[in-house]
Design a protein around this ligand. Structure first.
Ligand SMILES: Cc1cc2nc3c(=O)[nH]c(=O)nc-3n(C[C@H](O)[C@H](O)[C@H](O)COP(=O)(O)OP(=O)(O)OC[C@H]3O[C@@H](n4cnc5c(N)ncnc54)[C@H](O)[C@@H]3O)c2cc1C
Length: 344
């Protein structure tokens, strides 16, 4: 019989992030699919009671906690020790964790310490005939595989955005404190602070409801025979500020920088969507000034509702790649959208 452990860490404010709630939903569904085997929750953080209370109504058999100032910041030695200790305390055979940057760094190492196995980029969990299997994508999201393993413990890093987030009652959870012996090596690393771009400079927002994609058309000569790159920058950045959408781009647009052409200053290759870019998961996507060619549109595989604004009625989006295509000037449309959203 499987022993399922959900492994989560708190955020800076002591709460659990959406990705943790998504993994919780997956753990709960898996436990139910295995005939109601029950599951435990292991929480790591500086203070964990609020996080446990946040999911008190999830039906976990027990809550285990590793708490203290040593676990406030992500650090390999302390995080790996905490995760290893929690897996042992729960006698877990299947460990489900959100693929956050913090867990991505340590979970493979923890699997090695426990002589277990790890799966990254898990997008689905199944229980069939009391056997656990997981799904993940290969070859740039072109092939989906179903995997199972005999080795235990089996540690599963679940891709954020791939599961619905758990919603349920908060309450007062009873947390069993688990003591961790920190290795000497954990004293070698001290987190002195965080350096991150300001909120506006950070344009990639995986949790946003909307993916806003910019194409090379924003830098092309327009009806008046001139380019309007500063105006394009203004329209795009206003839209992002107003909506907090995540910014994606076509390859052509992010490549222009290398060719010394006028470009949208806040775009980098990290924004690129497509075959040689990323394949994000947002409920909705809006493409602007982009042709919608296959190598780009393949990156929209997981975007549920797709719309595009292009001057070209014969572009790729018109050929079954978008749900709605507005054949229109994106400069005019987006300026009007900003005006309407701003007025709200
Ligand atoms: C091996 C390989 C891998 C690739 N990988 C990727 C990838 O990962 N991601 C990716 O994006 N591409 C990728 N590409 C490139 C891809 O094939 C296209 O060349 C690229 O996506 C085109 O970018 P674009 O649509 O922005 O530019 P363009 O093809 O130049 O299209 C610009 C569009 O903007 C429209 N437009 C212009 N002005 C306006 C306006 N005012 N209002 C509305 N519309 C306007 C034009 O009508 C046109 O349709 C790859 C190619 C290869 C060969």
């Amino acid at each position: 019989m499987e022993n399922i452990l959900l492994l989560v860490h708190t955020e800076a404010d002591g709460s659990l992030a959406k990705s943790a709630l998504e993994s919780l939903q997956a753990a709960q569904a898996l436990a139910a699919g295995l005939g109601g085997v029950g599951f435990s929750v292991g929480i790591v953080g500086e203070k964990i009671q609020d996080a446990a209370n946040q999911i008190a109504g999830c039906g976990a058999a027990k809550f285990l906690g590793v708490e203290g100032a040593d676990f406030a910041q992500p650090r390999y030695a302390s995080d790996a020790a905490a995760a290893e200790t929690l897996c042992k305390a729960a006698q877990a055979t299947v460990v489900i964790a959100p693929a956050t940057s913090r867990w991505n760094r340590v979970v493979a190492g923890v699997a090695a310490r426990l002589n277990g196995r790890v799966e990254t980029h898990v997008t689905g969990l199944r229980a069939e005939n009391c056997a656990v299997s997981v799904t993940r994508w290969y070859y740039r999201q072109r092939m989906e595989a179903v995997l199972s393993r005999a080795q235990r413990p089996w540690l599963l890093l679940v891709d954020p955005g791939s599961q619905p987030a758990w919603e349920g009652a908060t309450g007062t959870a009873t947390v069993e404190a688990v003591a961790v012996t920190l290795p000497e090596s954990s004293k070698r690393t001290t987190v002195t602070g965080l350096r991150a771009p300001s909120a506006d400079a950070q344009t990639i927002r995986p949790d946003a409801d909307l993916l806003f994609v910019t194409g090379a058309g924003w830098t092309k000569k327009q009806a008046d025979g001139q380019t309007h790159v500063p105006e394009a920058e203004q329209i795009i950045s206003n839209f992002l500020k107003l909506t907090r959408a995540s910014l994606g781009s076509s390859k052509s647009l992010v490549d222009l920088g290398g060719e010394g052409q006028a470009v949208i200053s806040f775009l980098t290759h990290l924004n690129q969507i497509g075959q040689t870019g990323s394949t994000p998961r947002h409920p909705k996507g809006l493409s602007t000034c982009c042709h919608g060619e296959e190598p780009h549109a393949v990156g929209w595989r997981f975007i549920k509702e797709r719309r595009a604004i292009s001057l070209d009625a014969n572009c790729g989006w018109a050929r079954g790649k978008a749900d709605v295509l507005y054949v229109a000037d994106a400069f005019a449309v987006m300026a009007k959208v900003n005006e309407l959203v701003g007025a709200k």
